[in-house]
Design a protein around this ligand. Structure first.
Ligand SMILES: [Zn+2]
Length: 249
């Protein structure tokens, strides 16, 4: 019993380390690479992936994020052991959690959803979706997710163009990475699950925007172009609907 709990905790630690490692190297190299410091790019030992700390060369530290991710994965892995969704199973749930966390961390830190990560997500989405919903509903879900977000993206681009005068540029409210991610989430949730997924993502993102807005107004530092990335909220929404559903019922 205790041994099993310990093994599950270690498994969670390894998954968290994988997310931390990929979130450090993928934005720099777009592929797997020896671990490096995100700032000075000096090579780091693999053990620093398992036990995070500041860079020995420049002192830059991603340790706070790294420890938060490790904590999240250890707790999730232990919790999932007794509560994993039956159809998905323990290991597929873990894989999805790794993927969604990676997307969220990179989007928060770099404001980007990498194409390489989206392509990997589409493959995972197809496999998991076919398994959960069958081919037609999976493809329909993916098309609906991609299409709905593409429409918002096109509207946003139109709005930005109509508002931008010489010299002023509004930040894109929605990046194309969000469109790709919605497609991936549509594959994972299938049809009609994708509707709930997008809806929940927009609600979570809207609530967070409101908190940011109130904080800015309170400090009298309102900026019209301040935008928050939507990727993490779409990822959180998919995780809540696919993996942590039983926790919320
Ligand atoms: Zn460094």
């Amino acid at each position: 019993m205790l041994i099993e709990l310990l093994a599950t905790g270690i498994f969670g630690w390894l998954l968290g380390s994988l997310v931390n490692y990929l979130a450090d190297v993928l934005p720099l190299f777009r592929r797997v690479h020896t671990p490096v410091c995100p700032r000075c790019q000096s090579t780091k030992g693999w053990w620093t992936v398992l036990i995070p700390g500041p860079c020995r060369v420049c002192g830059k530290s991603n340790a706070t994020r790294a420890w938060l991710i490790l904590l999240f994965f250890v707790i999730s892995s232990v919790w999932l052991r007794d509560n994993y969704p039956p159809r998905l199973g323990y290991y597929l749930s873990s894989l999805l959690l790794v993927y969604l966390s990676l997307v969220a961390v990179i989007d928060i830190e770099h404001r980007v959803i990498l194409h390489e990560v989206s392509i990997a997500g589409a493959l995972i989405g197809l496999v998991v979706g076919f398994w959960l919903h069958g081919a037609p509903l999976t493809l329909l879900g993916g098309a609906a997710g991609f299409g709905a977000m593409y429409l918002l993206f096109a509207l946003g681009a139109f709005y930005v163009r109509s508002r931008s005068h010489a010299g002023t540029q509004l930040e894109d409210a929605l990046g194309f990475g969000d469109v790709n991610l919605s497609g991936v989430i549509g594959l994972l949730l299938g049809w009609p699950g994708v509707i709930a997924g997008l809806f929940l993502g927009v609600i979570l993102g809207g609530a967070a925007s409101l908190v940011v807005l109130v904080a800015m107004l309170a400090r009298r530092r309102y900026r019209v172009d301040a935008s928050i990335p939507y990727g993490p909220f779409l990822a959180a929404s998919a995780a809540m609907l696919l993996i942590f559903r039983t926790a919320m019922l």
